[in-house]
Design a protein around this ligand. Structure first.
Ligand SMILES: [Zn+2]
Length: 92
């Protein structure tokens, strides 16, 4: 068993620095590396860039997505639980 690496980086949505687990952090892919390009695309699309989103912003976005009838994004915690990450198996 290896420990969890912790990353530190800017949240694309609110611009603040946040701590994250690189294995579970929520990300979206933007159509290009231009800073004015905010269209999301499928992961690993050529020329696209991957950006990090903190859980607070994922939850904020999910409220709007649910209201619009869209599928909510998964937060890093939900993703870790779905993977059966032992860190989360005790609940909380
Ligand atoms: Zn954020």
């Amino acid at each position: 068993m290896s420990g969890h690496a912790i990353g530190l980086g800017p949240c694309w949505a609110h611009g603040g620095i946040f701590e994250f687990d690189p294995e579970t952090v929520a990300t979206i892919w933007l159509a290009s590396d231009r800073s004015d390009e905010t269209r999301t695309v499928e992961p690993h699309t050529p020329g696209a860039r991957q950006v990090l989103i903190c859980d607070a912003c994922v939850k904020k976005a999910n409220k709007q997505r649910r209201a619009a009838g869209e599928k909510p994004h998964e937060t890093s915690t939900e993703y870790a639980r779905r993977r059966g990450d032992p860190k989360w198996s005790g609940g909380q």
